[in-house]
Design a protein around this ligand. Sequence first.
Ligand SMILES: NC(=O)c1ccc[n+]([C@@H]2O[C@H](COP(=O)([O-])OP(=O)(O)OC[C@H]3O[C@@H](n4cnc5c(N)ncnc54)[C@H](O)[C@@H]3O)[C@@H](O)[C@H]2O)c1
Length: 388
Amino acid sequence: MSREPMERPEAVIPPYLRGLTYDGVKGLCITRIDTPPAGEVLTIECGEEDQSQEQLLEDAGKQFHAYTHKHQSYPAAVRLSTGVVFGLGVDYQEASAAAGCSILPQVKGSTSRSDVVRNKIALVTGGAQGFGEGMVRGLAAEGAFVFIADMNLTGATALAETLNAEYGRTTALAVEVNVTDESSVEKMLYEVTQLTGGLDIFISNAGVLRAGSVKEMTLRDFNFVTSVDYVGFFICTKHTSRVMALQHQGSSDYRADIIAISSKSGLEGSNKNGAYSGAKFGTIGLTQSFALELVTDGIKVNAICPGNFLDGPLWSDPEKGLFVQYLQTGKVPGAETLGDVRRFYEAKVPLGRGCTTDDVMKALLYCVEQHYETGQAIPVTGGQVMLN
Ligand SMILES: NC(=O)c1ccc[n+]([C@@H]2O[C@H](COP(=O)([O-])OP(=O)(O)OC[C@H]3O[C@@H](n4cnc5c(N)ncnc54)[C@H](O)[C@@H]3O)[C@@H](O)[C@H]2O)c1
């Protein structure tokens, strides 16, 4: 069967090609100039004029690595035959000096709602399944390039392959991370910046839940939940914000987004679920505090507080989902079937249903589109929890 010719891949436009910079403690600090650079310059031939961004990056990456391997050092600057020049250095000053230029502001805010995330580079932690998978899919559908960052590399890779086949181009890449491990988060950001030169949207979504009575919960379980749901957000923001802050230095109009996925349990206590609820409340405290600090770096920090994702694996997994657990433990009075348990939770929601990833995507797009808000926690709870 003959196939239609594949549509030319829509270009990934890395922040550096938009005139942004990256703190290259481990590699590149990148800028774009219109005057010839000073110092030793590696020129990279980029092949055909209509070469896709993906091929361009791959070619540029190979030639760059070949150079560094041969010389055991970085060049002062890299010129692509497309006319783009990257200054290299361990910080912004060094890189722009190497490139012999001042930075040109390049980034314009989106003009249309449908373009809010188009061509942006996003990363979703815990993106292999559940809400994370839904956001990965939603972002790809909206034209973003998405890193699926998860401990479950197999799941993340399978999702990336599915999406890339669906779209006929590379729109997602898997990257392994454990958000509780600082060196793993650093490595993830290194890989991301090496591949795309930076990122525009970071979604701190990886989360775990271990419910239990305060009288019985082990410290080990409490610490486990806290380390992923609370400390993980700190570690990720620490390293992501450093990359994003440099991007802002390169272009003062530029705005990046860090979005934490908190929960309705971050707005209201949750019975026998204190570790989770405490971490989710804490996430909002961090969101507000980070937002105050990072506003001068052009980074908005907001949280989204979804209600129960009743169709997601956490609730609906046929073996260890909460519906099964709650039926078995008799948590829902009088419930005899999984359907009874589900109806009990649906009845708690004024809008009568569980939260979906579409609901969360709308809040996510709002966070990115809205330039006049930071430090907020946006409920997406069907009215179950209201702000006061
Ligand atoms: N499911 C809900 O009803 C609900 C409601 C409100 C908020 N949330 C929040 O939404 C987020 C996603 O929840 P979900 O139900 O989709 O979860 P899930 O359990 O379906 O998926 C979580 C993903 O995170 C990954 N992960 C776990 N620990 C990690 C770590 N240390 N480092 C990297 N990846 C890790 C897992 O491999 C998995 O792919 C969580 O923060 C959760 O608290 C969920």
